[in-house]
Design a protein around this ligand. Structure first.
Ligand code: CP
Ligand code: NVA
Length: 310
């Protein structure tokens, strides 16, 4: 896709439905090639810099393996190892890295920090998670739903839990592909109203319905896909105890999932906390596709990398 070359990938709201569908199709092609053992060195000689200001298992390994499978290489830049930890600015770091690498993936705290980095960089910048968005994860989630359900348009996705980065990116992603989305959060933990408003506007073009509620039963009612995420995200460790009591009624368990469609699938970006946001019965049960979802990080990101850096 010529128009994607050189672009940043910061939020899903920056991409058209056509671009998202194209990326998903490309991910399916890349997955098939990898499974058949067909080489696909679309990024021969290219190098991705990967800055991590927070821990990561899936994002780090899938981006790094993805670059290797595409014939390129990735460099891991932990915050403590680079001058960012001693106060060098996002902008200067971006300008310097742009002279060495062909693209940068960053996991950071503030979304504004990511935007400052992207503004100063002259190579494509990919969001590997901020406090408010996790679009690379949601590409993998859409891919997983598509594989298990055969379509996206018209399905109902229910997200139960914190109105956090996952909630925001799921909202932005669902409305681009015509999925209905219902988000149930406790009072005081709602998604950002600006992101909700943007999603409602985008939904007009695709026919998606957006429901924001405090009632988990209403959200999960007749859902095709049930999703949750941790109650305390990275950086919110101090709020863990307080969040555990507020979020208890939002646990995804067998009782709640009885309100979903009989063939619903369960997604969680991982890492998960069994007994908190989800019971073991659900995440380890027959409706759960969380490890397909984790695998799909690799295929979805290879599609992104080859489109933006190729
Ligand atoms: N889902 C996800 O982003 O996992 P990591 O934090 O392990 O990268
Ligand atoms: N909401 C979680 C997602 C982890 C992949 C966090 O930000 O920690």
């Amino acid at each position: 896709q010529r128009e994607l070359k050189g672009k940043d990938f910061l939020t899903l709201s920056d991409f058209s439905p056509e671009e998202i569908h194209w990326l998903l199709q490309h991910a399916l092609d890349l997955k098939r090639m990898q499974q058949e053992g067909t080489p696909h060195p679309y990024l021969q000689g290219k190098v991705l810099g990967m800055i991590f200001e927070k821990p990561s298992t899936r994002t780090r390994v899938s981006f790094e393996v993805g670059m290797i499978q595409l014939g390129g290489q990735a460099i891991f830049l932990g915050k403590q190892d680079i001058q960012l930890s001693r106060g060098e600015s996002m902008a200067d770091t971006a300008k310097v890295l742009s002279r060495y690498v062909d693209g940068v993936m960053i996991r950071t705290f503030s979304h504004e920090g990511l935007e400052a980095f992207a503004q100063a960089a002259t190579v494509p910048v990919i969001n590997g998670l901020t406090d408010t968005h996790h679009p690379a994860q949601v590409m993998a989630d859409l891919l997983t739903i598509l594989e298990h359900k055969g379509r996206l348009q018209g399905l109902k996705l229910a997200y139960v839990g914190d109105g956090n980065n996952m909630a925001h990116s799921l909202l932005e992603g669902a409305v681009k592909v015509g999925m209905h989305i219902a988000l149930a959060t406790p009072q005081g933990y709602e998604p950002d109203p600006n992101i909700v408003e943007g999603a409602i506007q985008a939904a007009k073009a695709t026919g998606s319905q957006v429901l924001i509620t405090h009632d988990p039963l209403q959200a999960v009612h007749e859902a095709d896909v049930v999703v949750t995420d941790v109650w305390a995200s990275m950086g919110q460790e101090a709020e863990q105890a307080q969040r555990e009591s507020v979020f208890q009624p939002y646990q995804v368990n067998t009782e709640l999932c009885q309100h979903a469609k009989p063939d619903y699938i369960f997604l969680h970006c991982l890492p998960a906390h069994r007994g908190e946001e989800v019971t073991a019965e659900i995440i380890d049960g027959s409706h759960s596709v969380v490890f397909d979802e984790a695998e799909n990080r690799l295929h979805a990101q290879k599609a992104l990398l080859s489109a933006l850096l190729g």
